[in-house]
Design a protein around this ligand. Structure first.
Ligand SMILES: Nc1nc2c(c(=O)[nH]1)N[C@@H](CN(C=O)c1ccc(C(=O)N[C@@H](CCC(=O)O)C(=O)O)cc1)CN2
Length: 290
């Protein structure tokens, strides 16, 4: 019986030099791998080079991932390269955090159930009970962890315990309305995505739609970003916007904004899960199909 071919994603970042693409693709060619997808980008401001390669090893049974790791490590030392390799069949494990507004949670679980989101869901955590019945109806664990200003440290410690116990790869703040501490942000660095309900950098904070209404904007939007200690300042993964009329109240802006939030968050989570996003300082490089 023919062994199952293995599909891998290789990510690389290093100072730009001639020969990076040739070296990487040559190594894959010389070892019998076929490239399924390849994208690269040079940031002229930093002279940093970014590359994402999806390749297939038809002879995976005879060549475990560590063999590829050894080869890529050799190349990395030559270029002083930061790199990662991922088995594309291994889906990242998500912990979704939510407060009272469930539209992004509903949307993510629908896409997951429909096989449209290449992830596993380890569970849902919330500081309220509102979403319990929906989550448990979807057969998922619900962790109700209420929080006050005085109990935040203990509550966050319990969230960190959940992340470790369930081997969580990504925490998604799907309208989780609590500001994470510096310690929590360090613990979740690069593996926590938030959906902010405005087109950042406009209207940071807890009530962006009311700020937008006060300002009289003609477009509203949403921003998915990695979470950092600086509120709503983390590296942006995806954004979108839509036209609104002067006639809409702040409450109506909240309602029409939901769809943009859901679509933006779903794209950002999918791209992170497909290893299409590479950090570029306070920004990101996103090798995504629009
Ligand atoms: N360290 C970070 N934590 C969080 C971020 C972030 O960027 N960095 N994003 C927020 C989400 N968010 C906006 O997108 C947001 C959530 C909550 C607040 C806020 O002021 N919360 C109050 C309490 C509000 C309440 O109880 O309803 C607070 O925490 O004191 C602002 C922005 C998620 N966390």
């Amino acid at each position: 019986m023919n062994p199952e071919p293995k599909r891998y994603v290789h990510l690389a970042r290093c100072k730009d030099r001639n020969g990076i693409v040739a070296k990487l693709s040559g190594y894959l060619y010389e070892n019998g791998a076929s490239i399924a997808e390849s994208n690269h980008y040079k940031d002229n401001a930093t002279n940093l080079f970014y590359m994402r390669t999806v390749f297939v090893d038809e002879n995976a049974a005879a060549r475990p991932i560590d063999v590829w790791k050894d080869g890529f490590d050799m190349i990395a030392r030559h270029f002083d390269m930061d790199w990662e390799i991922h088995d594309d069949s291994v889906k990242p494990r998500l912990l979704i955090a939510v407060s009272k507004f469930g539209h992004c949670l509903h949307d993510l679980l629908h896409r997951w159930k429909a096989g449209l989101l290449p992830v596993e869901i380890a569970g849902v955590v919330s500081n309220h009970e509102d979403m319990r019945s929906f989550v448990e109806w979807n057969g998922l664990d619900y962790h109700h962890l209420p929080v006050t200003k005085d109990s935040r440290a203990e509550q966050e410690a319990r969230i960190r315990a959940l992340v470790d116990e369930h081997n969580v790869d990504l925490v998604v703040l799907a309208r989780y309305m609590q500001i994470l501490s510096e310690e929590m942000c360090r613990f979740l660095a690069g593996r926590c995505i938030n959906i902010h309900h405005s087109f950042l950098p406009s209207f940071k904070g807890a009530k962006p739609y009311h700020q937008a209404h006060m300002r009289g904007v003609k477009m509203i939007g949403a921003t998915a970003h990695y979470v950092t200690t600086d509120l709503d300042e983390g590296p942006i993964i995806e954004q979108d916007a839509m036209r609104v009329s002067h006639a809409l109240t702040a409450e109506q802006l909240v309602n029409v904004g939901r769809d943009v939030e859901c679509a933006v968050l779903a794209r950002a989570v999918a791209w992170h899960a497909e290893r299409r996003v590479i950090m570029n300082g306070q920004k990101t490089v996103v090798f995504a199909t629009q």
